[in-house]
Design a protein around this ligand. Structure first.
Ligand SMILES: C[S@@+](CC[C@H](N)C(=O)[O-])C[C@H]1O[C@@H](n2cnc3c(N)ncnc32)[C@H](O)[C@@H]1O
Length: 330
């Protein structure tokens, strides 16, 4: 299969850290060519196809505006359109899927299978795992989508992202969402083996704990903050032991920090904040504006706590915000 037409192959596969290869039962995938330490940015790229996705009607015209070499690269990507996507297309175009021109069906199916908000030349080759080793995030300063490895990777290992928000979902719940991409997940958390079933038990426990949190969410007493903190501690311990160290872990730290602020446990607040910063360091990189903002907050908070001063206003504001748990936008 030709992979290199049209583009300069995005800095020769991100300076040779990675390569495309067949991944058994998954089509093409992205593999490490060398050992890669945690926190390494393996890909930073601008979109191959960017679409204002208020309506699927915008997808084909956006493709038609691309220069021919980019159209060619786009058409090499894998396509899959599930029933839900097809029915949205049918509703919006007023035509049956089969009556659309073949090229339009292809362009639409590629979009459906590959969008991370936009479609990418390298990033869109990443396969899914429910225990991913890569986190992706848009960096507004670089104006690029960036992909960082979140564990140490050994040469030859496949790099994977999580297509859904799957940390606290059971296998059935995850698979239901993954059917959009037309595959049955067989990652280590989904395989029907002793190890897979043990992993599934942990997901079931995480789901049950998140339900407990939801039941407790409206209460504003100290007791309820303590309960929520305990639940968060149990959740993040499971997440870490299962290698679920993407930004969903950081969200758990954030929520734990918020409980500590409510309980005036300032040393613990600082400790959770520093854990958040560490996850951001390896998941989004030190040049990401969100990392820099949190670094400033952690620094001013440490100074204040060391001097027995009140928690600074910027930190109070930060922990009042509702931060999205989403780690995946696809
Ligand atoms: C974003 S693309 C990933 C790259 C793709 N494998 C290729 O050949 O270009 C998404 C598609 O990859 C396949 N895929 C991704 N993760 C998979 C997995 N864990 N198991 C099987 N197929 C997978 C599915 O066909 C899915 O629709």
């Amino acid at each position: 299969m030709r992979l290199t037409r049209g583009l300069n192959v995005r800095r020769w596969y991100a300076d040779n850290l990675i390569e495309f290869k067949e991944s058994p039962q998954k089509g093409l995938g992205v593999f490490a060519k060398t050992n890669i330490p945690r926190g390494t940015r393996v890909i930073a790229e601008t979109a191959l196809l960017e679409v204002n996705i208020e309506t699927v009607m915008n997808i084909v015209p956006a493709f038609e505006r691309l220069p021919p070499s980019q159209q060619e690269s786009y058409l090499e990507l894998h396509g899959y359109a599930g029933d839900l996507f097809k029915s949205i297309v049918e509703l919006e175009t007023g035509k049956s899927w089969q009556d659309l021109p073949e090229l339009h069906r292809k362009v639409l199916a590629i979009y459906a299978a590959n969008t991370f908000g936009s479609v990418y030349f390298l990033g869109s080759r990443l396969n899914h795992s429910c225990i991913p080793n890569v986190n992706f995030v848009y960096n507004p300063l670089l104006k690029q989508e960036t992909f960082h490895v979140i564990r140490d990777i050994v040469a030859g290992e496949e790099l994977t992202v999580m297509y859904i928000n799957g940390t606290k979902r059971t296998r059935r719940q995850r698979q239901q969402e993954l059917s959009r991409w037309g595959f049955q997940c067989t990652c280590p958390a989904c395989e029907d083996t002793v190890q897979g079933r043990q992993k599934e038990e942990k997901r079931v426990a995480l789901f049950a704990l998140s339900e407990e949190l939801a039941a407790n969410a409206a209460s504003r007493t100290d007791e309820s903050y303590r309960t929520r903190l305990l639940i968060r501690e149990r959740m993040v311990a499971i997440q870490k032991s299962e290698g679920l160290v993407n930004r969903e872990l950081r969200f758990g730290y954030y929520e734990a920090a918020k409980c500590c602020l409510k309980l005036n446990e300032h040393k613990m607040l600082l400790s959770w904040t520093e854990k958040m910063l560490e996850v951001d360091r390896y998941c989004i990189g030190e040049d990401h504006p969100e990392y820099k903002q949190l670094q400033l907050i952690a620094g001013s908070m440490k100074k204040a706590i060391d001097a027995s001063q009140p928690i600074p206003e910027n930190a109070m504001e930060y922990f009042k915000e509702r931060q999205a748990e989403e780690c995946v936008i696809m």
